[in-house]
Design a protein. Structure first.
Length: 401
């Protein structure tokens, strides 16, 4: 008859142990040895009933006798390892030698105890304790693996949802960029036509009166403003869509500054504004796209001219940092309010300095500058005190030698 022996009912069970052994004296000895250790013991007298109990109870440990009536212990072991691989199995035998036990180890048994008639109590306690502890660790590991699998599945589902949302956002961004691009291109045609007719009027054979010439000049100026605004919107739409490319090459900083100075010298001359360059011929080459950096410096110089009073000075300079070159455009204008040093780089933000008329620009120039410098791997920022002008700094990486 199968027997159930639950030990130390006043304490929590240390683990469940199924003893498959047909010898009553062995069952009594094992009960006595393990009785005060806190284990829940169950007994089976042959291999078939032992397998039934193991399938039903899924114990932490099976103490399996090698020689059993009916199904042999080695056959029971083979079935246990196939059906309940997480259950620990310890072989007990009084008939075999250590060679027999080692052979069983190769078959998958976790440990063995030689029954020296009687069992060695200390050995039984130690081997059982070690096996039950390992069984608990295995099951805890399996539990954690199941939880990890569930978490991974949830994470995968969340990732799929996020990926779908991200792709949708990309589609919306592309649609937005496409819309801006289409609008910008569609606007360029009528602007070009209007500019062409204005030029024909201004350069035609018929002499224009002074008032008419003024009207034409104002119209041409407004056309230039609209064209620049369209270009700015188109640049930003390309940046947003990831279509704005830069081609970095080794460049001399002094050449970049000279080109920028020459481009604005004629605009500065009527207002007696001096554009000067501090010596920087001995600086290392920078890695930059000449066309894009000319766009940045042109924007900074245009802003400096816009807010520098007649007779003022704009200074272009450069200095080496650790692995970068810092370029500075400094003016002697009215300066920038402290709270606007960061905001001026926001899109569509227009700056008003002192009593001067609000900036008529698109509010996109400095935002474009920031994106271009960022694409170069650099930084751009402003420093200013009211009444003492403003300085715009940007950094470019030194070209690899």
């Amino acid at each position: 008859m199968d027997t159930v022996f639950t030990t130390r009912s006043d304490l929590r069970s240390r683990g469940s142990v199924l003893v498959i052994d047909d010898t009553p004296i062995n069952q009594e000895i094992l009960t006595e040895i393990l009785g005060e250790e806190g284990y829940t013991l169950r007994f089976a007298h042959d291999g078939e009933s032992g397998l039934d109990q193991a399938r039903l109870l899924k114990p932490d440990l099976v103490l399996l006798d090698l020689v059993l009536p009916g199904i042999m212990g080695t056959d029971v072991l083979d079935i246990l390892k196939r059906e309940l691989p997480e259950t620990m199995v310890i072989l007990t035998t009084a008939y075999g030698s250590e060679e027999t036990a080692i052979k069983a180890l190769r078959m998958g048994v976790n440990d063995y105890i030689i029954n020296k008639r009687p069992f060695d109590a200390d050995e039984v306690r130690e081997v059982v304790k070690r096996a039950v502890t390992e069984a608990h660790l295995r099951r805890e590991n399996q539990r954690l693996q199941r939880e990890l699998q569930i978490s991974n599945q949830q994470l995968t589902e969340s990732y799929v949802q996020l990926q779908a949302a991200y792709e949708r956002l990309q589609e919306l961004d592309k649609a937005k960029a496409s819309f801006f691009s289409m609008v910008s291109h569609d606007l360029r045609h009528p602007i070009a036509v209007a500019k062409g007719y204005l030029e024909l009027i201004r350069t035609g054979n018929e002499e224009l009166g002074a008032e008419t010439q003024t009207y034409v000049q104002v119209a041409e100026q407004e056309m230039r403003y609209i064209a620049e605004m369209v270009d700015d919107v188109l640049d930003l739409s390309r940046m947003d869509a990831g279509f704005y490319q830069i081609d970095c090459q080794p460049l001399q900083v002094s050449m970049l500054l000279q080109q920028a100075r020459l481009a604005f010298r004629t605009q500065a001359a009527p207002r007696n504004i001096t554009i000067q360059i501090e010596p920087c011929d001995d600086l290392p080459l920078v890695s930059a796209d000449a066309l894009r950096m000319n766009q940045v410096l042109s924007n900074l110089l245009e802003n400096a001219l816009k807010f520098t009073p007649d007779g003022g000075t704009i200074t272009l300079s450069a200095e080496p940092l650790e692995e970068e070159i810092q370029i500075t455009v400094r003016d002697t204008g009215v300066g920038i309010e402290p709270g606007e040093h960061e905001r001026i780089f926001d899109r569509f933000y227009r700056l008003k300095r002192g009593e001067q008329v609000e900036d008529k620009g698109s509010g996109l120039g400095l935002a474009i500058c920031r994106e271009i410098v960022r694409l170069h791997g650099g930084r751009i920022w402003a420093e200013s005190e009211m009444g003492k002008g403003a300085a715009f700094h940007l950094t470019l990486k030194s070209a690899a030698e």
